[in-house]
Design a protein around this ligand. Structure first.
Ligand code: CAA
Length: 281
C-alpha cells in the first residue's frame, strides 16, 4: 500500500515498475537505527508483494547513503568483560550481552538479501560500517563520484557485524578487505570501482546516480520476471555452492524456464523480428 506512512523513508515510483526507497534521516546521516531498519523492511515487503514492481532502488542523500549502524543507539549494548565467578551475579553488563545475543542483534538486517526482486543501491556520500554493509546486501551498487566506502568499526572497538568481513572480502579480496577492516580507512568511489566493489561510478551532478540506478531498474523490470528472478538466484548461488553444484543448479533453472510463456514469447519475438511482450508467466 503506497500510502503507508514512513517517518524515516521517502518512497516513490519513478517508473510504475520501480520502487525507489530513499533513506531520510538527514540529521544522523541516515544512521541505521531500529526504526529505520524496520521501515526499510516494511518498504521491501511492500515491493516484494506488489506484482507491478519489478525492481527496487535504495538510496540515501547526497551527503550520506548511510553512516553506519546508529552508534548512539548501540553504545549502551555493553559487552561482558571476562566474568569472574563472583561477578556471575547479574550485572547490567551481563543483561546487555544476553540481550544482544538473544535478540541476535543485526540478524534481521539481512532481509534485503532475501528479496527475490533485484535491488540496486545508488550510493552518494558516506557508505560506512552498516551503510557499506547495507549497500553490499543489494544486487548491484552504483556510486556517485562523491561516494565514500569503509568499515570503520575497528575505531569503535568492534568489528563489522552485518556482513562486512564476509561480503567485502568476497567483493574485493582478502588483502584489500583486511586493509580496510583493520585500519578503518575509507576508500573513494573511484577506488571502489577499480576494486570491483561497485559496478560503476556514474555522473558528475547531483542525483545522477539515482537517475541511472532507476534506468537500470527499469530495464530489469522490463524483462520476463521469472527469468530475472531465476538469474538472480543462480548468481547468488555462486557464493554458496561448489562450481559443479552451481553449474547444475544453473542448468536446472535454465531447463525450467522452457516451461514458461516468456521463453516462448522471447524466442518467437526474436524470430519474428519484433519486441517481446513478457507476461511473467
Ligand atoms: N550513528 C549515530 N549518529 C551518527 C552516525 C552513526 N553511525 N554517523 C553520524 N551520526 C550523526 C552525528 O553524531 C551527528 O549528529 P549531531 O549533529 O547530533 O552531533 C550527525 O550525524 C552529523 O555527523 P557529523 O557531525 O559527524 O558529520 P561529519 O561530516 O563531521 O562526519 C562522518 C561524517 C565521517 C560520517 C562521521 O559522522 C562518522 O564518522 N560517523 C560514524 C561512522 C561509523 O563509525 N560507522 C560505523 C558504525 S558501527 C556499525 O555500522 C556496525 C555494523 O557493522 C552494523
Amino acid at each position: 500500500n503506497m500510502s503507508t506512512h514512513y517517518q524515516n523513508l521517502l518512497i516513490s515510483r519513478p517508473d510504475p515498475a520501480v520502487l525507489l526507497i530513499t533513506l531520510n534521516r538527514p540529521k544522523a546521516l541516515n544512521a541505521l537505527n531500529k526504526a529505520l531498519i524496520t521501515e526499510i523492511h516494511q518498504a521491501l515487503d511492500q515491493a516484494e508483494n506488489d506484482p507491478e514492481i519489478g525492481s527496487i532502488v535504495l538510496t540515501g542523500s547526497e551527503r550520506a547513503f548511510a553512516a553506519g549502524a546508529d552508534i548512539k543507539e548501540m553504545k549502551d549494548k555493553k559487552c561482558t568483560p571476562a566474568i569472574s565467578h563472583e561477578k556471575m551475579i547479574l550485572t547490567n553488563d551481563v543483561i546487555s550481552v544476553a540481550e544482544v545475543y538473544k535478540s541476535d542483534f543485526l540478524h534481521d538486517w539481512s532481509r534485503i538479501t532475501r528479496m527475490r526482486k533485484p535491488t540496486i543501491a545508488a550510493v552518494s556520500g558516506y557508505a560506512l560500517g552498516g551503510g557499506c554493509e547495507l549497500a553490499m546486501m543489494c544486487d548491484i551498487i552504483l556510486a556517485s563520484p562523491t561516494a565514500v566506502f569503509g568499515q570503520p568499526e575497528i575505531n569503535l572497538g568492534i568489528i563489522p557485524g552485518a556482513g562486512g568481513t564476509q561480503r567485502l572480502t568476497h567483493a574485493i579480496g582478502k588483502s584489500r578487505a583486511m586493509e580496510l577492516i583493520l585500519t578503518g580507512r575509507d576508500i573513494t568511489a573511484q577506488m571502489a570501482e577499480a576494486w570491483g566493489l561497485v559496478s560503476r561510478v556514474v555522473g558528475d551532478g547531483e542525483g545522477e546516480v539515482v537517475k541511472e540506478a532507476v534506468q537500470v531498474a527499469s530495464t530489469i523490470a522490463s524483462k520476463g520476471q521469472i527469468a530475472i528472478q531465476a538469474a538472480k538466484e543462480a548468481v547468488n548461488a555462486s557464493y554458496q555452492l561448489q562450481l559443479e553444484e552451481g553449474l547444475r543448479l544453473e542448468r536446472r533453472l535454465f531447463h525450467s524456464l522452457f516451461a514458461t510463456k516468456d521463453q516462448k514469447e522471447g524466442m518467437t519475438a526474436f524470430a519474428e523480428k519484433r519486441k517481446p511482450v513478457f507476461t511473467h508467466l
